[in-house]
Ligand binder design. Structure first.
Ligand SMILES: NC(=O)c1ccc[n+]([C@@H]2O[C@H](COP(=O)([O-])OP(=O)(O)OC[C@H]3O[C@@H](n4cnc5c(N)ncnc54)[C@H](OP(=O)(O)O)[C@@H]3O)[C@@H](O)[C@H]2O)c1
Length: 328
């Protein structure tokens, strides 16, 4: 089968489209013919090997050679113990931590997939898994957002952020969306009440505070981030630099003592079965999946470049095998 592989860390130029052996599913695994695969920041991090946590399990060379953790496609064959799906079924899945969907076929553990929502194209379904899981955990867990809360989403123009902005608005929050200038019109169109260009303004230095900051691109010290949290408010670090991650982990609870602020790392349990509430909102037309561009498999390096170099408005999707796919 064809796959886009990388055997060293680097830019998109280290990716190669090659023929590799067809993978075989084990007992509790499913072989999926990939129709579409969406890219996440974690794919860019896995390609570059930075931040350092992207090298867990592969310090010098990548452990996973095929990127692309969010996939939608058709079951090709199943292992002996698989009961939930069979050949021909359309499924979507999150395979983070394993070889991914920038390939014609991918092996998925049965527990990591679910039937594809009817009414979605492969491209739309592939855009959902990781972004939806992050947004739901960040905004909806434990009724985090109450009407009238001030919510700031840092890194709002990407996959998780575009969902998070819309969920916070649905929950009645006053939403501030932070990203680069190219993305601010999109964020306004998704309902953001205020927008901030991170390249020219530092939201932590503006003297405003928020009940919830969802930080999808954390690069500040914990003390700086704390300046933007209202007393009793919450800061959730989702992704960003290793230094910021460690700062939040080690110092967050201490720094937060003043003003009863909760400053934590949000560990998102990934998996498509938990994203049903967001899928329902998308199918009802209450939340929009923002797809930036769709590329063919051979142009996966360009797709990753677009994501990594800061031009993607929402999700970048790679269409792997368009044969038989409904139009997107
Ligand atoms: N905690 C967990 O369990 C978990 C699980 C999976 C993923 N993650 C993390 O979740 C994060 C979000 O993922 P995603 O797929 O939504 O990412 P994404 O689609 O790449 O979006 C990230 C957005 O942040 C923007 N950005 C970059 N630097 C920024 C800065 N300094 N200030 C404000 N915005 C900035 C990017 O804009 P540009 O285009 O300008 O770069 C982009 O629009 C990633 O860091 C990923 O590693 C966490």
């Amino acid at each position: 089968m064809k796959a886009v592989v990388h055997t060293e860390y680097g830019g998109p130029e280290v990716l190669r489209l090659v023929e590799v052996d067809r993978p075989a599913p084990r007992d509790a695994e499913v072989l999926v013919r990939v129709r579409a695969c969406s890219l996440n920041a974690s794919d860019w991090e896995g390609l570059r090997g930075t931040p350092a946590y992207a090298r867990i399990g592969g310090l010098r060379r990548p452990r996973r050679h095929v990127l692309g953790s969010d996939v939608a496609g058709t079951v090709e064959s199943v292992g002996a113990r698989v009961t939930a799906v069979g050949p021909g079924d359309d499924v979507f899945a999150d395979v983070l931590g394993r070889n991914g969907g920038l390939a014609e076929l991918v092996v998925v553990p049965e527990r990591a997939l679910a039937p594809m929502p009817s009414g979605m194209t492969y491209v739309e379904a592939a855009a959902v898994p990781q972004a939806a899981a992050i947004a739901l955990h960040g905004i909806r867990t434990k009724g985090r957002v109450r009407p009238g809360d001030r919510v700031l989403v840092n890194g709002a123009g990407g996959g998780a952020g575009t969902y998070a902005v819309q969920l916070a608005k649905l929950d009645g929050a006053e939403v501030t969306a932070v990203d680069n200038a190219e993305k601010l019109d999109l964020l306004r169109s998704l309902g953001a009440d205020h927008v901030v260009d991170y390249r020219t303004h530092d939201y932590t230095a503006a003297g405003r505070t928020y009940d919830l900051v969802l930080d999808l691109a954390g690069h500040r010290s914990v003390r700086h981030s704390a300046r933007a949290i209202a007393p009793g408010g919450r800061y959730l670090f989702v992704g960003g630099s290793l230094r910021s991650l460690l700062g939040v982990l080690l110092l967050g609870p201490l720094v937060g003592l003043r003003g009863r602020r909760r400053i934590r790392v949000l560990a998102v349990g990934l998996g498509v079965r938990q994203v049903t509430p967001l899928v329902e909102l998308v199918l009802a037309g209450d939340v929009r999946t923002v797809v930036d561009r769709v590329y063919p498999l051979a142009e996966a390096p360009e797709a990753l470049r677009r994501l990594g170099e800061g031009h993607a408005l929402g999700k970048v999707v790679v269409e792997v095998d368009a044969a038989g796919a409904p139009p997107h």
